[in-house]
Ligand binder design. Sequence first.
Ligand code: UDP
Length: 239
Amino acid sequence: MEKRDQLYEGKAKVLFSTDDENCLIQYFKDDATAFNGVKKGTIADKGVLNNLISARLMFLLETVGIPVHFIKRLNDREQLVRRVEIVPVEVVVRNRVAGSMAKRLGIKEGVVLPRPVVEFYLKSDELDDPLITLDHIDVFNWASHEEVELMIEMAHRVNDVLLGYYANIGIHLVDYKLEFGRLNSDMDTLVLADEISPDSCRLWDMKTGKKLDKDRFRRDLGGVEEAYQEIVDRMGVSE
Ligand code: UDP
């Protein structure tokens, strides 16, 4: 697989084309941003750790039959992925109240939801990723009705798998963000894309409640690298 041009640079990752038009290389940076780019910094080795974590979780999801864009981890910071057109909505799954849900609804962080909640946000830095309704997605054509149904169904399946996986290593999966894409080789096929890492998840230690995710960076709690490393260690994915 030959790495070619840089196609896109995002806040935490860079995408490169390859000699296969349907495959890209996804490179994980150490850059960290919060509050839609207002707070910026770097977290030492974050790219290496997120590459390991995301690769393991995507592999796990694929083995239980959830279609993913991930193909394989190439090296410390790079993965080979299927080329997709990203659906312009972010799907957030919540098991407990935290973050923007706590703020928006005035409910205490940590309250366990009676069932997982799926929310949609428009991918827009200028607008600060606003919360949107299913009707908005439909009326503005951001995704088809079938795609929305599939995203909701896949989000619940992902949640079942990840809740169990994290519980096994003593971690509460509080909430997280998923992105989906349409395969370049077949636009009718929707797959899970982007990454699943402590950048995009809230992960709390079951015993102590310690935050092991990007909230340590967002809220200046310190020990950010150590928290990401702790996830890697508990997952047993150092190679
Ligand atoms: N999230 C993300 N990218 C975003 C917005 C949210 O990865 O652009 C993740 C975030 O890390 C958390 C979950 O989605 O695990 C829910 O985030 P929330 O809506 O509470 O917003 P936040 O508090 O991060 O502003």
